[in-house]
Design a protein around this ligand. Structure first.
Ligand code: GLU
Length: 305
């Protein structure tokens, strides 16, 4: 722990003055208002310790990172049947790409790209009575923090310009892969993307992925060990859009990024780490976040390989 602490601090200081060549996401107007210099890191370890550095307590828009939590809700009710409606293959395409969807008859490549998460939102919408409430309650349970909420400004902002996501759902509906009303599903999808959390809350919430699916604080089984391994595999192969290979190569951990500038990564049996730095590379992943995590796993010789 002492060692991780000093390594993390050293790397943080190194990257504090880093020449960040990324650009903030602006296609969601509200995200353009975020201070692009924010930089936070949080790491939660198996022995319950948490290290927070810089802007680790600054709330930000979680965006696609919440797709993983949504997936758990669907997977735990549907089991393996889930994979009839969404595949588990890397897409090799952008997070909001339409191209494969038509060729593959409305079955998205995986649940962590937009099309896949929209199908998952449809499934959760079918099974849960109050999906928005149930989702936020689930996140609050994982973090033990009832202050966590959706950011309505981000929600409205994304909804007002969500043309491409509406195009994706229309395409899937035409192939019969959406069962609920498209507007209801999209509102739910945009809500989960608008989830506002900070690095400290995220690294705590996702820690069970490093602990065989068990929340170490409450001992609750969030995912069975087998399912936990499968979702970790999906994160490794699909968590970074068309840069999943690059992330596996450079960082060597399963994880998930969001266009809000957050990246989460898991080292099984050891830790969950979250970096937040809003400027993104051209693939939509935090520029400084990727570099930071590469340096961290290199210095600690950490990898799932
Ligand atoms: N809400 C975003 C969208 O649908 C999520 C993108 C992301 O973080 O990958 O475009």
């Amino acid at each position: 722990m002492e060692n991780i602490h000093s390594v993390l601090n050293g790397i943080y200081n190194k990257f504090a003055d880093f020449e960040d060549k990324g650009q903030k996401a602006t296609y969601i107007p509200e995200l353009a208002n975020v201070d692009e210099n924010l930089f936070g890191v949080s790491l939660t370890t198996l022995n319950h310790g948490q290290i927070n550095i810089g802007d680790a307590h600054q709330q930000f828009s979680v965006q696609s990172i919440s797709k993983v939590l949504l997936l758990i809700m669907a997977y735990n009710v549907e089991g393996e049947k889930l994979w009839k409606r969404v595949d588990v293959e890397p897409s090799g395409a952008a997070f909001n790409s339409m191209i494969l969807l038509e060729l593959e008859k409305g079955i998205p490549r995986n649940p962590l790209i937009n099309a896949g998460a929209i199908v998952i939102a449809d499934i959760v919408f079918t099974h849960f009575k109050n999906p928005e409430d149930d989702f936020i309650k689930f996140v609050r349970r994982l973090t033990k923090d009832d202050s966590i909420d959706y950011d309505i400004k981000v929600f409205e902002s994304e909804k007002s310009v969500g043309y491409r996501n509406y195009a994706l759902i229309n395409m899937m509906k035409s192939f019969g892969n959406i069962t609920n009303t498209m507007d209801e599903v999209m509102d739910f999808y945009f809500k989960i993307c608008s989830l506002s959390m900070n690095c400290a809350q995220l690294s705590k919430a996702f820690f069970f992925f490093a602990n065989d699916g068990i929340d170490p604080f409450s001992k609750e089984v969030i995912l069975t060990p087998g399912r936990n391994r499968r979702i970790n595999a999906i994160m490794l192969l699909c968590g970074f859009y068309d840069e999943a290979g690059e992330f596996a190569y450079r960082v060597g951990l399963p994880g998930k990024s969001g266009v809000g500038g957050g990246i989460l990564a898991i080292l099984p049996n050891k830790y969950a780490v979250v970096v937040f730095s809003p400027k993104l590379n051209e693939k939509g992943n935090s520029y400084r976040g990727m570099a930071f995590l590469e340096c961290l796993t290199t210095e600690l010789s950490d990898s799932v390989f």
